[in-house]
Design a protein around this ligand. Sequence first.
Ligand code: FAD
Length: 365
Amino acid sequence: MTQTVLLIGGGHAHVAVLADWIRHGVPSGARAVLLTPQPHLRYSGMVPGWIAGQHHRDDGLVDLAALAARAGVELALDRCAAIDAEARMVTTALGERLRFDIASIDTGGEGRAAALLGDDPRVIDVRPIGGFVDRLAALPALARVVVAGGGAGGVELAFALRNRAGAPADVALVAGAGGLLPGFARGVQRRVAAALARQGIALHLANARIVGGAIMAGETSLQPADAIIAALGSAAPGWVRTSGLAVDAAGFIAVGADQRSPSHPHIFAAGDVAARTDRVLAHSGVHAVFAGPVLAANLRAALAGREPHKEYHPRWNNLYLMNTGDGSAIASYGPLSAEGAWVLRLKHWIDRRWIAKYAALAGTA
Ligand SMILES: Cc1cc2nc3c(=O)[nH]c(=O)nc-3n(C[C@H](O)[C@H](O)[C@H](O)COP(=O)(O)OP(=O)(O)OC[C@H]3O[C@@H](n4cnc5c(N)ncnc54)[C@H](O)[C@@H]3O)c2cc1C
């Protein structure tokens, strides 16, 4: 009997699953469907480089539609609005109902701007990243920008907007009371703080909030501001809460090292929407990317009626390369750090190689 495998979300891990199905075929006897709202995945790592004029706007796109076509996967351009894990049924935003035997979820998280900052027409959430790029591209030159969020995304966006191609902005970075780049080594934090100071980006180690229409860093007003960019991490999508799936304290889908739900073994999840039950793992693109091949192997096993046995064991340290927008970049690898134009060249090489790999698989290179 034909089994339906539903990929919900065209995120970084599912791109690896599509690649596996192109190379080795969709698991035999399975009908595969990809449910995702856009025909492309935008690779967030290249967005700061686009803002700074180092990449074209479409350089960082993975063609999901072409990958799905090559893999023999049906594409449903719609979004998951509800999932009933027990009944094995997804309801989409357009009201379609999709039944599945096995599902895998890689939709990323949702923005937290409204919850953490409050409503303001100047606020632009970096999530979803595609919507962020569209909104920023439509904006004219911005004289003064506030970036809220002191993680790697916020830092890179502050540098990028300071060096925005043809329209450099006066930028303030509100890193939060937790400090600049929490979880990174002191040497990396020092290098980033020095680069911010060198470029005239004001750093505020307080929480950002909007009070009476004014953007504040703690008690300090940062008015006037033309735009407020929110890079405040991600929240779990609301539809996960009503799915019946086991979740962590923040509402993200609980998974083991095999990327499988402990409550519903016919459901897998990876990337920012998932949370490991056996260890703490930051929500970051590298983990979505590296979990992809594990997910692909375990989906193949599950569809063949075998016990999924592959596990994702993150590396002890991961390489993070932060673009400083001025022709240089800062590298972080555990306790080690480095900086220079060569780091930016390395970043561009890694990013472009990743995009080129999928363009070749999709036949669009
Ligand atoms: C500016 C910036 C720079 C960053 N740079 C880095 C970096 O250099 N390195 C790094 O490791 N991390 C980086 N990150 C973090 C990284 O972007 C995320 O951790 C990563 O994108 C998560 O991948 P994912 O597969 O979980 O989801 P995503 O990449 O968010 O993909 C989710 C997919 O699911 C689709 N989707 C969304 N909702 C639904 C729905 N309801 N139904 C169906 N489909 C849906 C989306 O359209 C998209 O195709 C950066 C983040 C930002 C903001």
